[in-house]
Write a protein that binds this ligand. Structure first.
Ligand SMILES: [Zn+2]
Length: 390
């Protein structure tokens, strides 16, 4: 089912480091890369280090004054005092911040170019998915919005319809903002409800500007949503929209912070459900986007137990060599984990919840259920705008 796949990786992306007290510890990227290698997945695909995104590429999404501010903060971190969101608790400035952020963006842009031109059918950049960065400011641990830049590059190359599906626990607000007025880009975000989580946007009523009505889709899930509800919500919203929109490329963001162990949010999703949704995205890319699939990482702050396993599954699925949930994790990787973190790494590629059970929208509908109320709010807000029954 899968053709050639590319893994976008440059060791230097691990320099995206906000410091020892910040939850986005780059060890999560290093450990993911090593777990991918431990399963031999990097021998099944081409590993490509794309060049950093240049000024003209960054300007496809970001304002020039913001790029200048990032460069200044990068050169002299002590002088970033909060303007443009730089030098804040969430986005502390650090030396080399511009360069490494542009490098991560370059991997997503390179993925977009490879997939669009047919050099690869699928491409994965698990260091990417920095979906909160705004055209004119840093936000939520994100400096440059590599997801939006990849999409903007696809449009520049001639794409007329690009679908973006974001299953990070947080709303994909920066990507939505970048294409709010652009009917060529359908953004779909499933996330914990804005009432209980940063960035407090992503309400079902956010459906796009007047000139692009129905091009933004938001599902705000109740805190505590588990596997069955999360997968049910995905299938109740995403496939029908993709079938109607007929994207030429699917870009998906796989933040692993929906997990029950994640310290920054309140969903209760397992690794096994994350894997099930990754498989679904892969299948949807083949069904509705001619197989053109760009898969990105995102949030995820259980940096030892969850992130490496989740994104290794993602890489395996893209490579056409999915790792079985029951697979035992190679011991040398666990030794590496202990050496680096003094934590004991997980032993298997499952949380023991496989296979994931869920009910289809039609068969399981319960109007008194809060998950179903959330899904229904989304369908009612946006499905008619796309000519679909709510
Ligand atoms: Zn997140």
């Amino acid at each position: 089912m899968s053709g050639r796949a590319q893994l976008m990786w440059d060791e230097a992306v691990t320099g995206y480091d906000f410091g020892p007290d910040h939850p986005m510890d780059p060890v999560r990227l290093a450990l993911t890369r090593k777990l991918v290698a431990a399963f031999g997945l990097d021998r099944e695909m081409e590993v490509v280090a794309a060049k950093p995104a240049g000024e003209s590429t960054l300007r496809l999404v970001h304002r020039e004054d913001y790029i200048d501010a990032v460069k200044a903060a990068s050169a002299d971190p002590a002088r970033a005092l909060g303007a443009y969101g730089l030098g804040t608790v969430d986005d502390p400035a650090f030396a080399g911040m511009h360069e490494v952020s542009a490098l991560i963006a370059g991997q997503s842009v390179g993925a977009a170019e490879a997939v669009w031109r047919g050099d690869a059918e699928h491409a994965v950049n698990f260091a990417g998915g920095l979906h909160h960065a705004m055209p004119g400011g840093a936000s939520g641990f994100c400096i440059y919005n590599d997801a939006a830049l990849a999409i903007a590059r696809l449009l520049e190359l001639g794409a007329e319809r690009v679908a973006y599906v974001d299953v990070d626990v947080h709303h994909g607000d920066g990507v939505q903002a970048a294409f709010w007025e652009d009917p060529r880009v359908l953004t779909i975000s499933l996330h914990e409800h804005p009432r209980t989580l940063f960035p407090q946007t992503g309400w079902p009523q956010e459906t796009g500007a007047d000139c692009a009505e129905g091009s933004a889709v938001n599902v705000g899930l109740p805190a505590g949503t588990g596997d069955a509800g999360w997968v049910r919500a995905f299938h109740a919203v995403v496939p029908e929209l993709l079938a109607e929109f007929r994207p030429q490329v699917l870009v998906s963001q796989h933040g692993a912070d929906t997990h029950f162990e994640d310290p920054l949010a309140h969903l209760a999703v397992s690794l096994d459900a994350q894997r099930a949704v990754q498989v679904a995205c892969h299948e949807l890319a083949h069904e509705y986007a001619g197989g053109k699939w760009i898969a990105l990482g995102g949030g995820g702050y259980a940096v030892v137990d969850v992130v490496p396993r989740s994104w290794t599954h993602l890489v395996g699925i893209a490579a056409g060599r999915p790792v079985a949930p029951e697979a035992v994790i190679p011991e040398p990787w666990r030794q590496e984990v202990f050496a680096r973190t003094r934590q004991l790494g997980p032993q298997r590629m499952t949380d023991g919840r496989w296979p994931v059970n869920w009910a289809s929208w039609e068969s399981g509908y319960d109007p008194a259920d809060r998950l179903d109320q959330a899904v229904r709010a989304t369908r009612q807000a946006v499905f008619p705008l796309r000519g679909l029954l709510p």
